[in-house]
Design a protein around this ligand. Structure first.
Ligand code: IPD
Ligand code: CA
Ligand code: CA
Ligand code: CA
Length: 267
């Protein structure tokens, strides 16, 4: 196994076990508000601490970027661990058992290793660049859909960016008339993992952060899929506006979205 994948898996399992244990004891969970409609708990922070501890033990010089601590610059800036300790915090707080730990390793800007771990189902999605994507050791392949006909698409509502609500709803309406149905699961990392697994045929969301998609992006690619921004380019690395699916589904989604994009979403 790739040595960094080994460490990423160990860290993800450790954090996942902590999250699952706390899911059983809701009285121990303390939620607070970070911004409008944006929550964090003591469990997010504790899971993050555990992950950083595992990584630091093996790689004390690497840079670590996390949702709750920001950038912990290391001596080595070329290797960055991009971490979401708990993706799906709102689900976790509402006791809706769908959330994950997401860990990616980027070397000189290119993602090499990815892990998304769902502790409630004990599902570990992993990928190493050039070596395919796996779920609990089994090779993943994405959807074989040729267009949007009959597809199930996933999305996330822009609940922290409600200024985008009108454009988002226009895109949703357009795609909804073409596909079979939509899912909104509440975890972007799992949405991307599910695209990699072919459990959904495509996915789009506005304004994700790097830790939401860093691991999921590699899972999708290694399962034969494509990740782009809303115009088919790489702007999502900064905007976080993401479309994912197999190349044909992404093409069909983009062509339906084109006329509905506000200026702000064309990157
Ligand atoms: C959120 C989840 C959610 C997505 C949001 C993310 P968090 O991450 O992935 O599905 O719609 O955009 O911020 O805050 O639970 O880690
Ligand atoms: Ca959050
Ligand atoms: Ca997240
Ligand atoms: Ca999070």
């Amino acid at each position: 196994m790739h040595p960094m994948l080994n460490i990423a898996v160990r860290a993800a399992r450790k954090a996942g076990n902590l999250i699952a244990k706390n899911y059983e004891t809701p009285d121990a969970v303390e939620a607070s508000q970070k911004g409008s409609n944006d929550f964090v708990t003591n469990v997010d922070r504790e899971a993050e601490r555990l992950i950083i501890e595992v990584i630091r033990k093996s790689y004390p010089k690497h840079t670590i970027i996390t949702e709750e601590s920001g950038e912990l610059a290391g001596e080595d800036q070329d290797i960055q661990w991009v971490i979401d300790p708990l993706d799906g915090t709102t689900n976790f707080i509402k006791r809706l058992p769908h959330f994950a730990v997401s860990i990616a390793v980027r070397i000189k800007g290119r993602t090499e290793v990815a892990v998304v771990y769902d502790p409630m189902r004990n599902e570990l999605f992993s990928a190493v660049r050039g070596q395919g994507a796996q779920l609990n050791g089994y090779r993943l392949r994405g959807s074989i859909a040729r267009d949007l006909d009959g597809t199930i698409l996933a999305t996330g509502f822009p609940f922290k960016l409600k200024q985008h609500a009108p454009a988002y709803m226009n895109i949703l309406t357009k795609l909804f008339t073409q596909c079979a149905d939509f899912r909104r699961t509440g975890s972007a990392a799992l949405d991307l993992a599910y695209v990699a697994a072919g459990r959904v045929d495509g996915y789009f969301e506005i304004g994700l952060k790097p830790w939401d998609f860093a691991a999921g992006e590699l899972l999708v690619r290694e399962a034969g899929g494509l990740v782009t921004d809303f115009t088919g380019n790489h702007g999502y690395l900064h905007s976080g506006n993401i479309v994912a699916g197999n190349p044909r589904v992404v093409k069909a989604m983009l062509s339906n979205m084109r006329e509905e994009l506000s200026e702000a979403l064309k990157r």
